[in-house]
Write a protein that binds this ligand. Sequence first.
Ligand code: ADP
Ligand code: MG
Length: 253
Amino acid sequence: MTSGTESVVSLEHARKSFGDTPVLRDISLSVAPGEVVAVIGPSGGGKSTLLRCLTLLERLDDGSLSYGGLNVASGGSYGEKNVLAQARQRFGLVFQNYNLFPHFSVLRNVMDAPVVVQGRPRDEAEAEARALLAKMGLAGSEDKVPCQLSGGQQQRASIARALALHPKIVYFDEPTSALDPELTAEVLRVIKGLAAERMTMVIVTHEMGFAREVADRVVFMDGGVIVEEGPAEQVMEHPREERTRAFLRQREA
Ligand SMILES: Nc1ncnc2c1ncn2[C@@H]1O[C@H](COP(=O)(O)OP(=O)(O)O)[C@@H](O)[C@H]1O
Ligand SMILES: [Mg+2]
């Protein structure tokens, strides 16, 4: 496929149904290195399912998925276990609800997978985890357990945890939708910082101002299809499709 070679991730003609309900209907999406893509659209449009397919939490019924040169699925059939394991090393995922291990310290949450999954030396993993936590504004919270942190702090810790695995791309699924406005702002700030460093990211968000500001490209999804996509400014300010216009009007109201 033409778009596959240079892309960090490439999805071609993806289809996914739950029972008789098609949720992804021929979705193609490729992300270039350093690109920040915001995915917007109404609830139930398939955004989370798209991320779950990209992160191998759900399987496509049809279509192809590759990470760089690594062919994960084609025509809906998936590669061997070791291919999937390699693919899982390429991405990080940050959910709405943080998903930190409640009984681990913040530090251990961040350094555990690099040590256990990637076999990195403990000292090195710890030093990096501390640096990432500091970068996320969490210096001094290393020895706390997640419930001692605010929601915004927990979300920033989960971003540090994702970054600790050195992903080529980080996916965010509505990272601030469980947070009040003040905590939302601190999380959006750290994501903006990552965008400024050219971290490759796909961010499902209902924060329209944030999408406009941080994304290179905006994808509007509704009813399991990409209705419209393009440069953030064009999609957000001069949408071509009436469905996009209606959605954006409603978000402003
Ligand atoms: N595991 C599942 N089983 C059955 N239906 C599902 C499942 N996950 C999502 N759906 C359905 O798929 C559609 C898209 O959901 P989702 O991807 O969560 O949309 P969004 O994230 O855009 O709100 C919805 O109609 C939802 O009910
Ligand atoms: Mg969702």
